[in-house]
Design a protein around this ligand. Structure first.
Ligand code: SF4
Length: 218
């Protein structure tokens, strides 16, 4: 077994371009370029986090999100904001910062009510190509961290569009869900073992911070 930690976003980065993954996460030669949209997204996440957790009033320019978030606050159950979860390679739960962590993720909001839970991920980008697979990984970690949960309703909340893309997961399907991550994880593990990281040029190369790559138009 190769010793690496992964998250949904790191696995996705690897799938998009193994070379970019290597340059940024393995060699640490570059950092991810932060676009204006990414900075805005972080600011909104912080504002919503503080509103839900601390009841800190939303700034005037974020008031438009209040109705959506209030409906989440009104859901019955224990609320966990920016909830950090991690698992070891044997899929047992551990602390987010433990040395032997294998996979980890942070859920924007988890609401646990008996054997049911809600997981919400705020999105500030376009709702055109929703990617609910990250909810599946988050649900796997939540099932493990909260052994009483049997059913999870999870959603990507596109706050700019007042749209909710929802999924439902059941504890009994956990093995099937893990199976969906097997192939890309095997490829990632293979790259670590062989130290082969193929470039995958796409039109997105123009936004890539790896300017030493032959496919980066700079
Ligand atoms: S420029 Fe393109 S091919 Fe090169 S590392 Fe970046 S994303 Fe990958």
């Amino acid at each position: 077994m190769t010793n690496f930690t992964w998250s949904y976003s790191s696995l996705k980065q690897y799938q998009n371009c193994p070379k970019q993954y290597q340059e940024i996460r393995v060699l640490k030669n570059y950092i991810i370029k932060e676009s204006e949209a990414m900075i805005y997204g972080k600011e909104v996440h912080t504002a919503l986090e503080e509103y839900v957790r601390d009841n800190k009033p939303l700034a005037k320019n974020y008031q438009r999100f209040k109705g959506m978030v209030d409906s989440l606050i009104n859901i019955k159950g224990d609320k966990y904001v920016e909830y950090e979860m991690a698992l070891r390679f044997d899929k047992t739960p551990c602390d987010f910062h433990d040395e032997d962590r294998w996979v980890r993720g942070i859920a924007d909001l988890v609401i646990v009510n008996g054997d049911c839970a809600f997981i919400v991920d705020y999105k500030t980008g376009s709702k055109k190509y929703p990617d609910p697979k990250q909810l599946r990984l988050m649900s796997l970690m939540a099932f493990t961290h909260f052994p009483d949960i049997q059913k999870i309703k999870a959603g990507l909340l596109f706050v700019m569009h007042n749209a909710f893309v929802t999924e439902e997961y059941h504890r009994r399907d956990m093995d099937k869900s893990w199976g969906m991550f097997e192939q890309p994880l095997k490829r990632l593990e293979n790259s670590y073992e062989t130290d082969v990281w193929q470039p995958n040029p796409t039109p997105l190369c123009g936004w890539c911070s790896v300017d030493s790559c032959e496919f980066n138009p700079k």
